[in-house]
Design a protein around this ligand. Structure first.
Ligand code: APR
Length: 233
C-alpha cells in the first residue's frame, strides 16, 4: 500500500511557468485590485471587467506550460498515493500528469450559469455579457470561487488532509481561508514540508515542519529526494 501524500499548492507553484501570483505585486493582480476582479461584489459592480479579466487568464493558458515543480509533484505518484489540493484555477497540475487534483477555487476551463451553481460545464471560449449557459439559457460566468462565496470542495479536502502521511505546502502566502486552515487537520505526526521563497509564518502545529525558502522547482527537488529516502527506510 502506498503512503498518502497531500500537496497543498498556491499561485507560487505556477510562478515559474509565467503566471503572476496574487500578492507578490502588492495586492494587485495583473494590474487590478484583487477584490475588483475576484469577488462576487466586484462581479456585481462591473461584470464586463471581471469576465474580460478571466477571458485573458483563460487565453494565457495557451501560452504557459507546467514547470519542474508541477512535474515533480506528478512524478510522486510513482511512489505515493498523491492528492493535489490547489488554490489555483489553471490546469498545469493536470497537464504535468497529476491524476487527483482538487481545485478549491474553481477552474478557468469550466463555467456555470449565474443562477445555479450546479450547472458546471467545460468551457474554453471567451465569456462576455450575453454568453448564455447552453442548458439554462442564463448568463454564463467563470467557474471560479470568488471572495464572498462558499468553497464547496473544502469538506472533501479536509477529509483527505486528515488521512495524509506526508504534506507538502508549496507557493502559497497562507492568507486565504478556508484553504490556509487545511493544515490544521493534519495528523499530529505527519511531516509538513513548506516550500516558498518568501514563506509565511505557519500556525503553531505539533507536526514536524521543515521550511524550504526556495522557488518551487528547487524546493521540490530537495523534498522529493528526502521523501523517497524516508519512504525506503
Ligand atoms: N515558487 C514558489 N512559490 C513562489 C514563487 C516560486 N517561484 N514565487 C512566489 N512564490 C510564493 C510567494 O512568496 C507567495 O507566498 O507564492 C505565494 C503566492 O501567494 P499568493 O499570491 O497570496 O497566492 P495564494 O496563496 O495562492 O492565494 C490564495 O487568494 O486571491 C485569492 O483565490 C485567490 O487562490 C488565490 C488565493
Amino acid at each position: 500500500m502506498k503512503k498518502k501524500l497531500v500537496v497543498l499548492s498556491g499561485a507560487g507553484v505556477s510562478a515559474e511557468s509565467g503566471i503572476n501570483t496574487f500578492r507578490d505585486a502588492g495586492g494587485l493582480w495583473e494590474g487590478h485590485d484583487v477584490m475588483e476582479v475576484a469577488s462576487s461584489e466586484g462581479f456585481r459592480k462591473n461584470p464586463a471587467l471581471v469576465l474580460d479579466f478571466y477571458n485573458k487568464r483563460r487565453k494565457q493558458l495557451h501560452e504557459v506550460h507546467p514547470n519542474k515543480a508541477h512535474t515533480l509533484i506528478a512524478q510522486l505518484e510513482d511512489v505515493f498515493d498523491v492528492t493535489v489540493i490547489t488554490q489555483n484555477v489553471d490546469d498545469l497540475h493536470e497537464r504535468a500528469g497529476s491524476n487527483n487534483v482538487i481545485h478549491l477555487h474553481g477552474e478557468l476551463l469550466k463555467a456555470r450559469c449565474t443562477q445555479n451553481e450546479n450547472t458546471i460545464i467545460r468551457w474554453t471560449a471567451d465569456i462576455t455579457l450575453g454568453t448564455l449557459h447552453p442548458t439554462t439559457q442564463q448568463q454564463l460566468r467563470p467557474h471560479i470561487v470568488w471572495f464572498g462565496e462558499a468553497v464547496p470542495a473544502i469538506t472533501k479536502a479536509m477529509q483527505i488532509v486528515k488521512q495524509a502521511d506526508y504534506i507538502i505546502v508549496i507557493g502559497t502566502s497562507m492568507q486565504v481561508y478556508p484553504a490556509a486552515g487545511l493544515i490544521d487537520y493534519a495528523k499530529p505526526n505527519a511531516p509538513i514540508y513548506y516550500i516558498d521563497p518568501n514563506p509565511a509564518q505557519l500556525p503553531h502545529l505539533s507536526n514536524p515542519v521543515e521550511v524550504f525558502p526556495l522557488k518551487g522547482s528547487e524546493g521540490m527537488k530537495i523534498v522529493v529526494e528526502n521523501l523517497i529516502k524516508i519512504n525506503e527506510l
